[in-house]
Design a protein around this ligand. Structure first.
Ligand SMILES: *[C@@H]1O[C@H](CO)[C@@H](O)[C@H](O)[C@H]1NC(C)=O
Ligand SMILES: *[C@@H]1O[C@H](CO)[C@@H](O)[C@H](O)[C@H]1NC(C)=O
Ligand SMILES: *[C@@H]1O[C@H](CO)[C@@H](O)[C@H](O)[C@H]1NC(C)=O
Length: 377
């Protein structure tokens, strides 16, 4: 998950309007739909949908896509799907990714395929539940926040993944699946995926794009929506870093625009990051902590052992919020404990501090203020 995700709504909205005419996007044919055992709710349906196959260009090939690549060896594309997934259904949990067409194995770094990101959107309207910028809005950042506020194309971000953050399913309910909510997919929906994949493999191997969807038919409770909030806000705030010890950077207030619950949250940091904190009206309500190393997080870089972030803890208990509440986010980095990763010519890679939040509007009265904050930790 990179800054590209923040840009995606803009690119995708523009693309969604134009791609039919300009052949921006490739329509991926449906390859298969397989029924699976539900994981979260016994009553739910679960399907594995695959589209494709498609081939990556060789690493050295000249890329012709109109989409800009974020990795010099990457191949960016927009794919569209209009069948295979459930319609008039509420997705409780979903995952997007790439697999080998031959055997259904995840096409990951171990197998020579690095997924920089896959971001998907669905063509339905979406009322923002939280302001895009914090109160320190800085319009000189090319009016980015304003631009987003002014886009009227009905587009809602759906599943996304990136190899810098592992590939864990996105949940549109609480961690235990008890909260009655889901991401509603309307009848006649279309999905577009913006992706960049890097091919390190020497073999010609057809790949499928897949979605693993667990869902309830029809509308199920609240229609859940997600948001990525960055500690940098829209104001070009810099994340403080120090080689001698911990530094904490806090945003100003993002404004809650609707009564409801933050039903799920997970922090996103880069190496050097320790934790992400979330505050409602100045009170800390949740912390998402980074885990380093382990099987998935230990690499060898230039012959040296390197421990990278392998997981972030999540906040899976609903946090009630009301219209007008102020939400702020804070990132703690400690470069003494965990050095930043270096790239290319030895310069340190960029840092991020974001919350990936899922919100469900209130279907009834919100519990009183006494139920806030500490009780939900
Ligand atoms: C699936 O196919 C890919 C590509 O040929 C291969 O690298 C991988 O090892 C296979 N996985 C299994 C479990 O056979
Ligand atoms: C990756 O690139 C190689 C050439 O370097 C090419 O033969 C192969 O088809 C590509 N792999 C995939 C999965 O498309
Ligand atoms: C706004 O952002 C620009 C670009 O990063 C920066 O130069 C400027 O100092 C910022 N202004 C304020 C008031 O923060």
């Amino acid at each position: 998950m990179k800054a590209s995700i923040l840009l995606f709504p803009v690119l995708a909205s523009a693309a969604a309007v134009q791609y039919e005419r300009r052949q921006f996007a490739q329509k991926f044919p449906l390859a298969g739909v397989k029924k699976m055992e539900p994981r979260l709710n016994k009553e739910a349906e679960r399907i594995m949908v695959t589209w494709g196959p498609y081939d990556l260009l060789p690493r050295s090939a000249k890329k012709t896509s109109i989409m800009p690549s974020m990795d010099p060896n990457g191949q960016a594309f927009i794919a569209t799907f209009d069948d295979g997934f459930c319609e008039d259904c509420s997705v409780l949990q979903g995952q997007v990714g790439i697999q080998f067409a031959s055997n259904g194995t995840e096409a990951d770094v171990k197998h020579g395929v690095y997924t920089h990101h896959i971001d998907t959107i669905i063509n339905k309207g979406n009322k923002n539940w939280i302001s895009f910028c914090d109160s320190a809005k800085n319009n000189s950042i090319s009016g980015f926040g304003n631009l987003l506020d002014n886009i009227n194309v009905p587009m809602t971000p759906f599943l996304m993944m990136g190899d810098d953050n592992g590939n864990t399913p996105t949940q549109y309910t609480s961690s235990d699946g008890e909260f009655k909510s889901g991401f509603y997919v309307p009848k006649g929906a279309n999905i577009a995926a913006s992706s960049e994949v890097v091919n390190y493999s020497e073999d010609t191997i057809p790949l499928y794009l897949y979605m693993d969807l667990e869902y309830m038919p029809g509308k199920y409770g609240s229609d859940a929506k997600t948001m990525l909030l960055s500690v940098t806000g829209c104001g070009g705030r810099k994340i403080a870093l120090n080689h001698d010890g911990p530094t904490r950077t806090q945003s100003e207030a993002f404004k809650i625009l609707e009564d409801g619950y933050i039903i799920n949250g997970k922090g996103h940091l880069h190496d050097g990051g320790v934790s992400m904190e979330m505050l409602v009206n100045g009170k800390s309500v949740c912390e998402s902590k980074a885990t380093y190393g382990g099987d998935k997080g230990t690499l060898t870089v230039d012959g040296k052992k390197w421990e990278t972030i392998s997981a972030m803890t999540d906040c899976g208990k609903p946090i009630p919020v009301r219209k007008g509440d102020a939400l702020s986010v804070a990132a703690t980095y400690d470069l003494k404990l965990h050095p930043q990763r270096t790239q290319g010519h030895g310069e340190e890679a960029g840092v991020m501090g974001m919350w990936d939040l899922t919100f469900a509007e209130s279907m009834g009265p919100i519990p009183s203020k006494s139920l806030r904050s500490a009780e939900f930790l």
